[in-house]
Design a protein around this ligand. Structure first.
Ligand code: SAH
Ligand code: SF4
Length: 422
């Protein structure tokens, strides 16, 4: 069986080519053995016809699944019976199943999905209320309280200007960032393209998702092929039909893969900067020892951006570590010449890390430094703090993560990975 969501439209068309030949020509007849035109192999004309037909069928099937969310081949009424039978026997529409979900007072909805082999990954839907869109740089306090308790939490409600789906690209992560719960757990395995697309597919069935960010578990550029393929399906106008500005891949800084991403996929880029000097960054992000800030910023400068696109720089604010105004000044210097926006994330505390979250006052001052210098700087309020919304946290509480405090004896050292990549 092939998983449907692991195929781009072009790959599906390729797969459908043999079954799109006129029936009488499908049989293979060895050369010289043909007794009549009927028994001869397909003519060039037949092959061309089959190719056109296969392409058309792939488009029809993409519409049924990704735009009408039909998951039963029998319901695809404009496909021939033959084709439906063939699809039933050969292609499976993949579904992740919900293991747990939680919704926070601000509407943030977090999901823990079961994969076919019993592993789990997380996705989160983060709604933005209309007033946030009108004024994304509104005062931090205001943002915080406006999002505090919302009565209408329905994700289909008109009150949301944006519904961002934050999805995972790996089970765990090999990058070993010191502040990150997923990083502490190590890499378990890569997600296949159908498991990445499968998360969006399930969320999109539930709510009119407008944006996708690869900011859940895992380092997307460490699972390059599957992420690029998933992006192609997300962007395909016959597929999930997201615009390239609304799909963002976030990376800790795998420089050669950033360059390759620019060549292979037309998506937006986010960089987890998180520090203002090499020394500081190498302490919390081992990847910086391999590709330092110089290499990273020069890859950002060469990333192909359209005329109105900017690179998002994420900056986790860690108390007394990277939250001073000297840090802010150094970050400003690093960003010089790059069309950018800064996304400040006050550290989400968890038991796996000693780091603390800075005071609201410090966060505000840090933000103000940039706003005063005409740099877009938003503070990502820890949305859904009441539902453990930080990366990796829902998974750890259900005991499906390896190497956590609670489950050290349970399933220790099984599976691949577990260490850090650097
Ligand atoms: N691996 C990718 C994408 C997933 S992490 C990357 O690192 O970019 C998504 C974001 O969450 C990153 O910017 C990371 O720095 C941030 N993050 C991880 N743990 C966090 C925590 N405990 N509190 C706040 N932000 C965190
Ligand atoms: Fe991996 Fe990103 Fe966490 Fe670093 S911050 S460990 S790259 S998920």
């Amino acid at each position: 069986m092939i998983y449907f969501q692991s195929l781009t439209k072009e790959e599906l068309a390729e797969l459908l080519r043999p079954v799109s030949l006129p029936k009488a020509r499908r049989r293979y007849v060895p050369e010289g053995a043909a007794a009549s035109a009927e028994e001869a192999g397909p003519s060039t004309e037949d092959l061309l016809k089959a190719e056109r037909r296969a392409r058309y069928r792939a488009q029809q099937i993409f519409h049924w699944v990704y735009q009408r969310f039909v998951t039963n081949w029998d319901e695809m009424s404009d496909l021939s019976k033959d084709l439906r039978v063939w699809l039933k026997e050969n292609v499976e529409i993949y579904r992740v199943t919900e293991r747990a979900s939680q919704q926070a007072v601000d509407g943030t909805h977090k999901f823990l999905w079961n994969l076919a082999d019993g592993k789990t990954v997380e996705s989160v839907i983060i709604p933005a209320a209309l007033q946030e869109k009108e004024n994304p740089e509104q005062d931090f306090d205001q943002q915080r309280f406006s999002g505090a308790a919302i009565e209408d939490k329905d994700l289909k409600s008109e009150r949301w200007s944006r519904l961002t789906a934050c999805i995972s690209s790996q089970v765990g992560c090999a990058m070993g960032c010191k502040f990150c719960l997923t990083g502490i757990q190590g890499l378990d395995r890569q997600l296949q393209a159908h498991e990445i697309v499968g998360q969006v597919f399930e969320l999109r069935r539930l709510a009119p998702i407008t944006n996708i960010v690869f900011m859940g578990m895992g380092e997307p550029l460490h699972n390059f092929e599957n992420v690029v393929k998933a992006c192609k399906i997300l962007l395909d106008p016959d597929g999930l039909n997201f615009s390239k500005r609304k799909v963002t891949v976030s990376t800790s800084g795998l420089v050669p893969a950033i360059e390759e991403l620019g060549r292979q996929a037309d998506v937006s880029l986010a960089i987890s900067l998180n520090a203002s000097t090499d020394e500081q960054r190498s302490q919390i992000m081992p990847v910086n020892r391999k590709w330092n800030l110089d290499a990273l910023m020069s890859a950002c400068r060469s990333y192909p951006l359209g005329s109105h696109r900017r690179i998002t720089f994420e900056y986790v604010l860690l108390k007394d570590f990277n939250d001073s105004l000297e840090d802010a000044a150094r970050v400003l210097r690093l960003l010089r010449g790059i069309p950018s926006k800064l996304n400040l994330i006050p550290f989400n505390e968890h038991s796996g890390s000693e780091f603390k979250r800075p005071s609201d006052e410090t966060v505000k001052k840090f933000q103000r430094y940039f706003v005063d210098r005409n740099i877009t700087a938003t503070v990502r309020i820890s949305r859904g703090r009441d539902i453990l919304a930080a990366c990796g946290q829902l998974r750890s509480i259900f005991g499906t993560a390896r190497g956590t405090e609670r489950h050290r004896d349970w399933k220790s050292n099984s599976g691949a990975g577990g260490g850090t990549a650097f």
